[in-house]
Write a protein that binds this ligand. Structure first.
Ligand code: A2P
Length: 271
């Protein structure tokens, strides 16, 4: 099952059986620690916006796989991922060096709880993220279903520095500039991006902003209400715990694919 490179000469690393082997089509680096890449999408591969897959790289030994949220929407003909670069990380150490034309491995099944199926119908959808936790929401906010189901969609991203907010800001700007997407998104999408450690412009953690009510004041929206508001949360373990506790305080209930409710959580993967 060994493959050869494009020239058909030197043998490359073998492609394991039962996984997709896709080709990188675009790579963009944002900071020393963040980058995005796009790759071909296997024919017949279906997923729900917000789900994750297992990604790896072909190598001489057994490939290391890590969970990655698919950042592209389900209608996109390519797949997009947003990743951190972990120093000496078993996968990201190599993944951060990928170039257009390289091969990325992907296991065949996608899964996850940050999906519309796990939420009851509502009026407003809050997408709370920190760092690369924005990735599944990059998929959700480009999905027409999101705007069929909700009147208002609020994406929040909190990072340590302003530079780390670039992916989310560019993404929302691109949606607004896109003829097709801007048609179904309209003026329903709001981005609330803040950096917590950037000197003069320093902002608060999202949990602080929810607790003090500042977030809702800034947005011109009423406080969270379980009758109308739904939330998806993606960030570090601590962020999930703290944000979920706040959701519960407002009367929201955690949902799942088996039992849809009013908020859902998923850990931001890879670090
Ligand atoms: P802070 O700068 O106050 O720690 P990290 O890289 O540690 O995951 O942090 C990413 C962003 O998430 C930072 O802005 C950080 O704020 C914020 N953050 C970290 N932990 C929490 C938490 N438990 N609840 C809310 N925000 C958090």
């Amino acid at each position: 099952n060994a493959v050869t490179d494009a020239a058909g000469a030197a043998p490359a690393f073998p492609i394991p059986a039962g996984v997709f082997a896709e080709t990188v089509t675009d790579v963009q680096h944002y900071t020393d620690t963040l980058f995005r890449f796009r790759m071909t999408r296997p024919a017949g591969f279906r997923f729900r916006s917000g789900e994750f897959v297992m990604i790896g790289l072909p190598n001489a030994d057994k490939p290391v796989y890590r969970a990655y949220s698919i950042a592209s929407p389900s209608w996109d003909e390519e797949l997009e991922f947003f990743s951190i670069k972990v120093p000496n990380g078993p996968l990201t150490e190599h993944l951060q060096k990928i170039k257009v034309g390289d091969t990325v491995l992907m296991r065949k099944k996608s899964t996850g709880t940050l999906v519309h199926d796990a939420l009851l119908p509502g009026k407003r959808l809050y997408l709370f993220s920190t760092g690369t936790g924005i990735a599944p929401f990059a998929s959700i906010i480009r999905d027409p279903e999101t705007y069929d189901k909700f009147e208002t969609v609020i994406l929040t991203q909190t990072c340590r520095t302003t530079a780390e907010l670039a992916y989310g800001k560019e993404l929302v700007a691109a949606i607004r500039a896109d003829e097709l997407m801007s048609e179904f998104v309209g003026d329903k999408l709001h981005l609330h991006a803040t950096a917590t450690r950037d000197g003069e412009t320093r902002g608060e953690r999202i949990t602080t902003l929810i607790e003090s009510g500042r977030l809702f004041e800034d947005l011109g929206l009423p406080p969270l209400d379980p009758d109308t508001d739904r939330a998806m949360i993606c960030g570090s373990m601590e962020m999930l715990k703290d944000t979920a506790a706040l959701m519960e305080k407002f009367g929201l209930v955690e949902g799942s694919n088996a039992q849809p409710a009013t908020y859902v959580v998923e850990r931001a993967f890879v670090g």
